[in-house]
Write a protein that binds this ligand. Structure first.
Ligand code: NAD
Length: 325
């Protein structure tokens, strides 16, 4: 297959490109490098089946030109990360919703299949765990839910085109971690904890650490994504992709200390100090994986301890004892 990956130099996008190339596909990649890094795909740039362009999805002629060449678009590009979207709602909605609409219009015109990367954030603060794909999405007061709303609106647009007959699948990722994840203040908690650990800093737990998540290793996410993009049975569907192991953030900090065999300290920071006022955390985020299991044969395979070990090893190699990578 000929595939286009938007956000190809990002965390998930770069792993996805590798996997698609390993599967014998030709891959076109676009990334504006607003957050992605060339080093994430450096090893792919000499592959004769990989064609990468630095460019924005706002450049519609570029996007159109690339879309003409492919059978499927894996749409990963987005403004991602709680801190980032809290700080810049305009860009979040512009990229995640408006640029997704442009992409969908082109896909419709060119009759190209689309896989849209959505997020468990769309469930909002619903307490109906585990989250089923058809469950209610519960948001609070304006100010906190911009990312969820931007992705949920994009899902609505995707579903509209799917109903018109565009082959399309939506996957909702649950807390993905692994090598190459953003370990800055804008990144996910696993990468931030590992960076703090390797920099001999205390692991900073936001709130009291009782909030729980199901962390999913990148390899499982990418395998599920490729299955979702390949199987006709998945078209028109929304599918959760996550893991079954629910763990609190405080327990996660302890597991990271245990797996790394480094003696570290854990400290607590109020949410408001990191995210500013109006921040509301989600107490539990657990996926119902039965649809992905049934339709894709998806089973997360990498245990949390194994995935954390691999991730810590990768950061150790990349940045040595220091977290300044
Ligand atoms: N990482 C997670 O835990 C997670 C969880 C749920 C959903 N997702 C979704 O998965 C997708 C990939 O996430 P990620 O973690 O790899 O994030 P990422 O930030 O590493 O990747 C996104 C990439 O998109 C690029 N990009 C942003 N705006 C662009 C634009 N206008 N034009 C071209 N490129 C642009 C960025 O430079 C970046 O490389 C996103 O759609 C995200 O919403 C990720």
């Amino acid at each position: 297959m000929n595939c286009l990956v938007t956000g190809a130099a990002g965390f998930v996008g770069s792993h996805l490109c590798s996997r698609l190339l390993d599967g014998g596909n030709k891959v076109w990649g676009i990334d504006d490098l607003s957050k992605g890094k060339l080093e994430n795909i450096e090893h792919l740039l000499t592959n004769p089946s990989f064609f990468f362009t630095v460019g924005s999805l706002a450049d519609e002629s570029l996007l159109f030109e690339k879309m003409q060449k492919v059978d499927i678009v894996y749409h990963m590009a987005a403004v991602v990360g709680v801190k980032q979207y809290a700080e810049d709602p305009v860009k979040t909605i512009e990229v995640n919703t408006c640029q997704t609409l442009s992409l969908l219009k082109m896909a419709w015109q060119l009759k190209k299949k689309v896989l849209f990367a959505s997020t468990s954030e769309v469930y909002g603060k619903s307490r109906e765990v585990p989250f089923k794909e058809e469950a209610d999405q519960v948001y609070g007061a304006a100010g906190r839910w911009c990312y969820a709303v931007s992705k949920s609106a994009a899902e609505h647009l995707c579903l509209h085109y799917a109903r018109q007959g565009l082959p399309l699948v939506i996957v909702r990722y649950f807390n993905v971690y692994g090598p190459k994840a953003d370990n800055s203040a804008y990144g996910g908690v696993v990468a931030r904890f590992i960076k703090q650990l390797l920099s001999n800093e205390p692991l900073t737990v936001h709130g009291d650490g009782s909030q729980s998540r199901c962390f999913t290793y990148i390899e499982d996410i990418v395998r599920g994504t490729v299955e979702a993009g390949s199987r006709p049975e998945a078209e028109g569907k929304i599918l959760n992709l996550g893991s079954r192991r629910e763990i609190s953030i405080l327990e996660l900090a302890h597991v990271i200390l245990q797996v790394s065999e480094i003696k570290g300290e854990i400290i607590f920071l109020p949410h408001s100090e990191f995210y500013g006022p109006n921040y509301e955390d989600i107490p539990r985020r657990v996926p119902d994986l039965s649809a992905a299991e049934q339709i894709l044969g998806y089973h997360p395979r990498v245990s949390l301890e194994d995935g954390l070990q691999r991730t810590i090893n990768w950061y150790r190699q990349k940045i040595g004892g220091s977290g300044n990578g």
